[in-house]
Write a protein that binds this ligand. Structure first.
Ligand SMILES: [Zn+2]
Length: 288
């Protein structure tokens, strides 16, 4: 069975780099049947940027890559930007914690303005380091996470969360943090989700599942919204650190081939979730 006609094939979280494969990776995604990418910004320099101009340049690099991918491959790309939460650590070392906090806040506000100008569709990755950090740094990271949700709330966009792996209590704490700033849980996306928890335990937070075979088999049965992603890093120094960019379309094709009874479930991550979380309409002519 082929992929249903009109079904978009979406990788909800990837990175591309001007010094990596870049457009060539997107070409592989396209050749495998992919149609839409959510492209998250990343550090394109060895050290985290030290000033707001550095973040402006970083976001602009992501935007340029997105345009090139669309022009050269026909894949539609949505830009997702924010200062990477882990940057705070290196910036605190280099600048001192107060200046690092100011920089992160300014970079979040810049990202919010990009969303308002329709240059980006979401703030991401926002959140906290996925490993334990000490006292005042941890506190600052948590304050910045809360501020990121405020900026996303005011810009009316989703927030794509970088964090440690979440169990039921982790999801509950995340929803609680969002509630503190009246951020709607339906726009709160846990990126790189690996544990497939029952819907009720996710308390309205939207998982973006890593498209590993076993995760996909488990999440296909789940109610939406949820997404699929590779978190492709496009880092030649770390090949195989994450899934290849062609993975989502390949998995979709494999499901259509081996489990045709499940293929309709793919409308959840590729169409319904994109509509409910982002308000974006991807399926040409809608679902048939
Ligand atoms: Zn990522």
């Amino acid at each position: 069975m082929p992929i249903p006609e009109g079904l978009p094939v979406v990788d909800h979280h990837c990175h591309l780099s001007p010094s990596g494969e870049g457009v060539e990776a997107a070409r592989r995604f396209r050749a495998a049947g992919g149609t839409h990418l959510f492209l998250a910004t990343q550090n394109y320099t060895r050290e985290p940027v030290r000033d707001l101009a550095g973040y402006a340049e970083q976001y602009a690099t992501t935007e340029r890559l997105a345009r090139r991918v669309t022009v050269e491959t026909g894949v539609t790309v949505f830009v997702v930007i924010a200062p990477y939460p882990v940057d705070l650590i290196g910036q605190a070392d280099a600048l001192g914690l107060p200046a690092a906090i100011d920089l992160q806040r300014a970079a979040l506000e810049l990202a919010g303005r990009w969303v308002e100008e329709d240059r980006a569709v979401a703030l991401g990755e926002v959140g906290r380091p996925h490993f334990p950090v000490a006292g005042e740094l941890a506190e600052a990271a948590e304050d910045l996470f809360r501020y990121a949700l405020e900026v996303a709330r005011d810009a009316g966009c989703p927030a794509v969360v970088h964090s440690e792996d979440l169990d039921a209590s982790g999801y509950a704490r995340l929803a609680e943090l969002a509630a503190q700033v009246s951020f709607p849980p339906g726009k709160l996306v846990k990126h790189y989700a690996r544990a497939v928890l029952p819907t009720a335990q996710r308390v309205g937070v939207v998982p973006s599942f890593v498209a590993r075979r076993e995760v996909l088999r488990a999440c296909l049965a789940e109610e939406g919204p949820w997404f699929l992603e590779t978190d492709f890093l496009d880092d030649p120094a770390r090949p195989g650190a994450v899934l290849d960019l062609a993975t989502v379309p390949r998995r979709a094709a494999a499901i259509a081939e081996a489990h045709p009874e499940d293929v309709e479930r793919l409308w959840i991550p590729f169409d319904e979730a994109v509509r409910s979380v982002y308000g974006l309409e991807l399926a040409a002519g809608g679902r048939t």
